[in-house]
Design a protein around this ligand. Structure first.
Ligand SMILES: [Zn+2]
Length: 134
């Protein structure tokens, strides 16, 4: 998306948590705890990925994007489909998107990425080109 900025990737945290799970130091009960609300959001607003669930390996993960920001008012804290994010990026100055991966079979969930969207990112920081008259 054109206005995407301040991208933070959580792959490292995800990997170390999964290492704890595979070694048995962390129980699957503790990490497969997606709330009914999150599972519902995955069903209705999620985007299917081609990544298989790292815990149950039974189905591909679904990514759910949650939006937060003062500019969003009552919409802050809701899950949004990708096409809605694109539309909102042109309507609001700034809001943060948190992408969470969810397994709808075993309820594994983890933060994947966060980033900022909004029209503020459209401002061109480059100086304008000088004309011959200047
Ligand atoms: Zn799973």
């Amino acid at each position: 998306m054109r206005t995407q900025r301040q991208v933070v990737d959580y792959a490292l945290q995800r990997r170390s948590l999964l290492a704890e799970v595979y070694s048995g130091r962390v129980g699957t009960m503790d990490v497969c705890d997606a709330s009914p609300y999150l599972l519902r959001a995955a069903k209705f607003h999620g985007q299917p990925t081609d990544l298989t669930c790292p815990v149950c390996r039974k189905e591909p993960l679904t990514n759910v994007a949650w939006v937060y920001g003062d500019a969003l008012k009552h919409a802050s804290g809701s899950a949004r489909a990708p096409e809605e994010l694109a539309r909102m990026a042109t309507l609001f100055e700034e809001f943060t998107v948190y992408v969470v991966e969810v397994c709808r079979t075993c309820a594994w969930n983890h933060l994947v990425q966060s980033y900022v969207l909004g029209t503020r990112g459209l401002r061109d920081p480059k100086p304008r080109r000088r004309t011959a008259a200047e």
